[in-house]
Structures are given as structure tokens and as C-alpha cells.
Design a protein around this ligand. Sequence first.
Ligand code: MIC
Ligand code: SF4
Length: 641
Amino acid sequence: MGKSVVEKIIDSHKAGIQYNGDIDIRIDQTLTQDSTGTMAYLQFEALGIDRVRTKGSVAYVDHNTLQTGFENADDHKYIQTVAAKYGIYFSRPGNGICHQVHLERFGRPGWTLLGSDSHTPTNGALGMLAIGAGGLDVALAMAGVPYTIKKPRVSSISLRGSLGFPASAKDLSLKLLDILSVKGGIGRILEYSGEGVTSLSIPERATLANMGAETGATASVFPSDKITRQFLANQGRKKEWVELKADNDVEYEEVIEIDLREIVPMVAKPHSPDNVVKARELSGVKVDQVAIGSCTNSSYADLVKTAAILKGKKVHHNVSLVISPGSRQVLNMLAESGALGQLISSGARILECTCGPCIGMGQAPPTNGVSLRTFNRNFRGRCGTASGQVYLASPEVAALSALKGYIADPSTELIHINVNMPEKVLIDDSMIIVPPGEGRKVEVVKGPNIKPFPVNRALKKKIQGEIVLKVEDHITTDHIMPSYARLLPLRSNIPALSEHCFEAVDSQFPRRCKEKGGGFIVAGENYGQGSSREHAALVPLYLGIKGVIAKSFSRIHRANLINNGLIPFLLDDLEDFTKLNLGHTLVIDAIKTSVSGQDYVEARVINGDYNVRLKLELSGKERKILLAGGTLNYWKCQLST
Ligand code: MIC
Ligand code: SF4
């Protein structure tokens, strides 16, 4: 049987197979960004390795750039010095959003990339196997440790035809979310195929690969073809191109067929990226803010289209339009082509080339305000305003709506837009600092905001504790460990961050944990959806949490729990969810024996007078990690032997 692109990349990177079929793959490149990077580098330092062992590792600063105090600037200094010491490229603040810059300057077809950001799959646009993970997994990859993936179930997204004006890749990605939902991709890698792929440019492929993360998929991968070659050639990287295509007789696990001619403008309504409707159904909803940018839609192509729609017109007087270009390359090219002038003249507020409003770093909308964004996530509160109503859409829908003052459907209100793509791309790598050949003498600078992070202990024979929180389905990491302008500066300070854990869900949670000495969290489906931030595991660990009992977990968060020695228990009988209540005390007598090799464990609920059967769906390696009290303890022993 023929092979898919995904299988070919895995085959060429296979470092071993675990007895349960999980595959260890060699990681060629890593990326970190600043809000997860500080922790990842602290963990890398704890491994005691003197230089990264990848083909290339890049540290980006793009998230925590609102320097309202010393904290972020200190963290940037730490990352810059740690990068120089250990042989990591450093992309300076202002150089751009990690995924966009990586696509332009580092991504390579056929290679593997592990990044401490859930949207790392964006570089799948170039035919890379690019996967998001927690900081500790990325630290290990930098130390040369292979990354373990489940044997992939590869779903093909088979495309026919080409997109018709004004439909865009963003609309297609929203259509896919409509089909798959925010959990339909879990355990899968999405591989794009079919003749329709050849009609998509690299920025369009990047939008799709980026939004694939919202389905829960491990990665989204495109073939590497003529379009990839041209993109790399424009970036002065023609030699890095290799052709990659699936064999003709490949048989995918599942095929989702989409005719691109049928795609129309779509919008995701608050508060989930899969709450999708046709833009036409929302026509007339008044908007207070429009934000264009983020790693989903901030390419030159996206912003030049935006400029063409805004050209010669003025942003509606009730709308604040903010635009954040994805990289300095994009910004420079907008300036050169005159598009930047058109954006400015329309009344758009031009922001730095960073994540900005996407992660609540400024531009929080007004109370109950409607914000229409070209971003990828609209979880409640993420924008920085608890009552904010965030809708997700394409740059076309966003730009037109900014002019109108309400959500507008470009299929009925726009006839045509004229954009010219430049022949030449402006390449300027001066904001990427190449590490010195030898880093031993570099002094790593750690500001006072950088506090030690908690490390778990080896698993005890028995565990016991109260249920200190019970939550429903689809709890995101934005619920667990919120991130917005006031909290992001605390990413290297777990004690300070812990005061805000679950604050929008249950503000008493940190206090309760302190009183009860921690305990258990009970949750519904897809617990930990969204970001890769391991703070959503580190902070509960700090607060004394011993394990999470859920109906199901998201991939990255489950890995982060295990990495920190917190057991992800699955409810064997979903009906037991209703029995488990706040204040009930669970005793798991034989936890150590069960984690060592059993698939189920019995929890006695002493003040509820019932027992529940919990499932331990763990690989052999995960069991060893949990027994050791987390990955750091486990690997420190492995690396020193
Ligand atoms: C996000 O989009 O949620 C983030 C902020 O980029 C996160 C990383 C973080 O929490 O620092 C992600 O996607 O992993
Ligand atoms: Fe940054 Fe938003 Fe992309 Fe996350 S999703 S990397 S916050 S732009």
C-alpha cells in the first residue's frame, strides 16, 4: 500500500517504536515563543546539557511585548542570553509572530518541528511535520531526545476546484471546524490532498494548517510542490526545497472531500471556533472592534487584500480597527508597496508585528463589546474583557465590516478586489541573532520575576484528596490559567500566577486548594483544549492537585499533566460524572501498583459512600514518568546514565 506524506516524513525520522505502537521521531527543529519559552529554557537548563542537539532551534519573542513593567523585558533578556549560551537563534521582539517568521525564514519541507505553541502546525504548509507541545517536551527535543507520537491516523482533506471570490482559506478552515468540531481532529493528522491543493498559495495553506490546531489535530500537512518551491525561492531558500507527495495508491483512514467552489464566507460566533455559521446569517450585527492579524491571517497577501478593501475609504466611526502584521518582512513590504499608507489613511491603528490582541495583550474590547477578529480562538474572556463577544472571520469579512460598522458578507457587498503580489520579497534577517559558536562564557541573565518552578515527587503508594473543582465540557487552558495583559508578565512566576488559576470559572479555587492541601479536579470532555501552556499543569501542581478525572483530555494538555506527574484519569463509566461532587474525598489505595501496570483503578469516595472505576490509558513510558513524579525526574536519570 502506498504512503501518505505524513508517513513518509515519519519513516525518515523514526528513532524507535514503543511496545504499544507509539513512535519515537527525531526532531530537526524546535521553536519557542516568550510566554512558554522562559519556562521551557528553565527546564532545558535543569537537564544539564551544554548545547542544543537539533539541526536548528529558534527562540521567538512575540507574545509578551506590552512592557508595562520590568517583567517581560527581563524575560526577554533571559531568553536572549540563554539562546546565545546554548546555540539557539533569537528572533528579537518586533521581528514577528513565531509561526509567520518560521514559515518565511526557517521551515523546511520533509523536516520535523516541535514548538512550544499549539499553532506550531502552521509550518505544515511547507510540507513539514510540525507539532505543538508543552515546553518540557520542547526542552527535551532540544536535548536531542526523540518525541513520541501515537501511530498516526491520517485523515485526508481532499480538495477539488479552487476558491471563488470572495471565499478564502479562512472560510475553508471554518467550514472544516464546522465539520470536525473542536475535538474531531484529536488523535489525527490532517493531510491535504487532491488537485484543489495546487490552487492554494503558501499563506493560504498556512492559514489552514494553523486553524487545524482548533480541531484538536496533532498536525496538518501539505504536500511540497511547485508552489512550495516558488515560495522558498522567493525567500532565497530554493536549495531547501524537496518534492513531497503522497503515493497514488495511498489509503487514508478517512477522507473528507471538499469542493472549493462551494466555500462561502463563514464566521465563528462566540465563544468557540466551531460555532460556525455563514457570514450572511450574521449580516447587520453591530461591531465595536475589528482586529486583523495573528498567526492565522497576517501574511502580506492577507494585509494587502485588507488594504485594497479599505483603500480610499474610512473606518466606521464606531469601530476601532487594529492591524498587526505577522512579521517585519510583511510590514516592510506593505510600506514598500504603498499598502501601509492605504491602511493608515483609512483610520486603521497599526500595531507591532506580534500576537497582540489575540492573547489579550492590549486592545481589549469594551464591556459587552463585539470584536470581529481574523484570529483562531474566541474563547470567553481571552480578549481581556470578560463580557467581550468575539467572532472569527477572514480578512475580507473583517475589513468590509470595519467600514460598515456591522458584520458584512463580502459575497453580497464586494464585487472585486485588485491585489498585486510583488515579484520580490524583502529579506532582512538583521533581527534574528545568530548564536555564537561557543556559549560557555555567555552569562545567563535572570530578572527577579523569574521564580523556581515546582517539580513533583515520585508517586506515593496511595493518594487521597478532596474534589476541589468540578467543571463541564471543553474547559480550555484559557479557563485553567488565563492569559491576558495583566497575567502574561507572570508566566515565569508560578506562585504569583497561582492566585489566578481558574479565576473566571471559580474564583475560590486557589484559596480552596490552599485550605484543603490540593486534591482532584473533575472535568467533562476535551479538558485542556487550546493552548500548549504548561502553566495549566504547573500551577495546579503548585496548588497541590494530584490528578484530573475527566471524560476526555486534549492531546497537549494531557501530555503536560503527565510531564508534571499529574495523573490524567478517565472516567470508565461516564455516568459517574454526576456522582462525583465538590467536597467528596477520594482515596486511591493502590495507585502506585495500578500506574505500574494496570488499566483500571478503583477510587473510594469516603464521604459520598460510593466507588468509581477510573481508567488509566497510559503508555509504558508515561507510566514510568508518572511513577518518577514527572518527566524532568525521569529524564534526569536517563540522561545521566
Ligand atoms: C495561544 O494562542 O493560546 C498561545 C498564547 O499562543 C498559546 C501559548 C501560550 O499560552 O503561551 C498556544 O497556542 O500554545
Ligand atoms: Fe500568538 Fe495568537 Fe498565534 Fe497564539 S494564536 S501564537 S497568541 S497570534
